[in-house]
Design a protein around this ligand. Structure first.
Ligand SMILES: C[S@@+](CC[C@H](N)C(=O)[O-])C[C@H]1O[C@@H](n2cnc3c(N)ncnc32)[C@H](O)[C@@H]1O
Length: 327
């Protein structure tokens, strides 16, 4: 999102990458210190980093360049104070800046859509490494939300055909919007499809064509206490999935079994407490092999992968007409 502008070129000094750096104006540092104090008092973790990200957002610069902007227009200090006030009320940082990143892609986010999380980088990385030796792959992102995984994968793999599925109208609108933004930036268009992972006929026309199915489903057990940013701003159906949080997992696995070509990979994120349950479910499926649970850097299991068994060969084609292409 564009910055609001920090001053006037006429009165300003030139700082590379900074559009406005006025000689006269309000000092930025006291505003940052005050913002940090307010966020800290409100219990916002990483208060210093967050106030700097908000200031960088307002100025339209990288956070690392803030040191090059000692003074700003007074209106910037006012705007920063307002953003800090809203953040102290636990409005998610990403709703205030309007963006979140996954991989090398920046996504527009806001009310009605799940904010992509850093944890999902692990699944993205694994998906990309799986595709490394596969040309013109077909990729399906089930539960796509903002389109994060689908668009991050499409950005790295312009040769891929990427299909992104969600059942929520607001999420689909965000995904569609993001798909349009990425297409304008030169990425290969993805297909955004309205569909439900519990539907056995979902993408039936694409059966046995996918090289990779990724999914970051809702997986928090109903009733689990969550931070206000999650409880009040992420859509309920994007976060919670039944009493044990595993409600959608068997459906995702069944859809992946139908969509993958033999030798294709399913990668599914899960709660750190679900490593055993998800792996057990995957092991029970006779069609799946090579089940693995993947820990993050702290050793907590964060996602699982499994390969569809059977002879690897040429896949059928996925009929484009049958797909509700919105992007
Ligand atoms: C945790 S969010 C993940 C979004 C995105 N993949 C990401 O990592 O940022 C889960 C998404 O699943 C979608 N969803 C929930 N139940 C679904 C269902 N039965 N079929 C399809 N999508 C579903 C929600 O609308 C939400 O967008």
């Amino acid at each position: 999102m564009a910055g609001t502008g920090a001053g006037t070129e006429r009165s300003g000094t030139h700082v590379p990458g900074v559009r406005h750096a006025p000689v006269n104006g309000s000092p930025l540092r006291p505003a940052l210190l005050e913002g940090e104090r307010v966020l800290d008092a409100a219990g916002v973790p990483s208060a210093r980093a967050e106030v700097e990200m908000l200031a960088a957002h307002l100025l339209g610069i990288e956070r690392t360049r803030l040191v090059m902007v000692p003074r700003v227009e007074p209106s910037v200090v006012d705007s920063l104070g307002e953003l800090v006030r809203r953040r102290a009320e636990r409005v998610p940082l990403q709703h205030l800046t309007g963006t979140a990143a996954l991989g090398r892609v920046t996504l527009a986010v806001g009310p009605g859509v799940f904010v992509p999380r850093p944890e999902t980088e692990w699944l993205l990385e694994r998906g990309l490494s799986w595709l490394r030796d596969r040309r013109d792959p077909v990729v399906v992102d089930l539960c796509t939300g903002s389109g994060a995984l689908a668009l991050a994968l499409a950005h790295e793999r312009p040769d891929a055909r990427v299909i992104a599925v969600d059942n929520d109208r607001a999420a689909l609108e965000w995904a569609h919007h993001n798909a349009g933004l990425r297409r304008e930036l030169g990425d290969t268009p993805i297909e955004v499809v309205a569909g439900d992972v519990t539907d056995p006929d979902l993408l039936a026309e694409c059966a046995a064509t996918a090289d990779l199915v990724v999914c970051n489903p809702p997986y928090v057990p109903e009733g689990t206490p969550v931070p206000r940013e999650v409880g009040e701003y992420d859509p309920h159906a994007a976060v919670f999935a039944g009493v044990d949080g595993l409600e959608l997992v068997p459906h995702v696995v069944a859809r992946a079994e139908g969509l993958l070509r033999p030798g294709g990979l399913l990668g599914m994120e899960h709660d750190e407490t679900h490593g055993g349950a998800v792996a057990a479910l995957l092991h029970r499926r006779p069609t799946l092999t090579g089940v693995e649970t993947h820990p993050d850097l702290t050793g907590r299991p964060r996602f699982a992968t499994a390969v569809l068994s059977g002879q690897t060969g040429s896949a059928g084609s996925c009929s484009a007409q049958a797909v509700d292409e919105l992007a």
